[in-house]
Design a protein around this ligand. Structure first.
Ligand code: UDP
Length: 237
């Protein structure tokens, strides 16, 4: 494949391909937290997140959610549709945790009586500030219709994932999505992995996600492996 480096992010590298409609994503082991304030490596994270994201994109595709995944290229690479990423991060929350628990003063682990959908401005220099639909419109980040579409997909994705994960004894606390435009249509991009979701064991409430890295809880690799195992039955070591 004739790939050319295009962009290197905190957890992934993007390459253009000979087809302008397709891009290659390379998943790295690098881990960052607190807007780049904490840096580290999670052994084999790139391989695990490539597999886990692939699983979730395929699951969502089966339920009618349009996404960028095309096919697996190698253990760390997936071919995706080349999107024009909207500079908005959509966060969906079922249980108060992380920044929301802090912002509204609720104890982490408190169930939210209704699902919360939030939008953040994707801008590292500003630390990804919380914004609303009115800011998005004023800033020209997306049209009103595109915002509605992202919200609609986010809520539907939440119910698909929550239902699926329940059987795997995983509680979906919250997660972040990114959307982009592909020939004018809003479709799901980025990744869905323990880097971008909070997963708790339903019974023990053990954290099985990047909070183990953020909060120095130990056995970060084991948590990512456990998620892959519960989703696919694959034992990775
Ligand atoms: N999240 C993410 N990337 C970000 C910020 C948040 O993937 O830049 C995910 C995070 O893993 C969690 C959810 O979005 O699943 C909500 O994160 P929160 O706002 O609580 O922020 P954090 O506690 O990570 O600072």
């Amino acid at each position: 494949m004739d790939k050319k480096p295009m962009y290197e992010g905190k957890a992934k590298k993007m390459y253009t391909t000979e087809n302008p409609d397709e891009m290659l994503v390379y998943f790295k082991d690098d881990a960052t937290a607190f807007n780049g304030g904490k840096k580290g490596t999670i052994l084999n994270k790139g391989i695990l997140n490539n597999k886990i994201s692939t699983f979730f994109f395929q699951l969502l595709g089966q339920h009618g959610i349009p996404h960028h995944f095309i096919r697996t290229v190698s253990d760390r690479e997936m071919l995706v549709k080349a999107l024009k990423i909207l500079q908005v991060e959509v966060v969906v929350r079922n249980i108060a945790a992380g920044s929301l628990a802090k912002r509204i003063g609720w104890e982490e682990g408190t169930k939210l009586p209704t699902t919360v959908v939030e939008m953040y401005y994707k801008n590292d220099e500003l630390g990804d500030p919380l914004i609303n639909a009115s800011h998005i419109k004023a800033m020209g980040l997306a049209s009103e219709e595109q915002v509605k579409r992202m919200e609609e997909y986010a809520v539907k994705i939440n119910s698909i994932l929550t239902d699926y994960l329940k059987d795997k004894k995983i509680e979906l606390i919250d997660f972040k999505l990114e959307f982009g435009l592909y020939h004018g249509e809003v479709i799901l991009g980025d990744e869905i992995s323990p880097d971008t979701c909070r997963f708790w064991d339903s019974e023990t409430k053990q954290k099985l996600d990047k909070d183990r890295f953020r909060r120095d809880l130990g056995d970060v690799e084991g948590a990512y492996q456990e998620i892959l195992y519960r989703l696919t039955g694959e034992k990775f070591s």
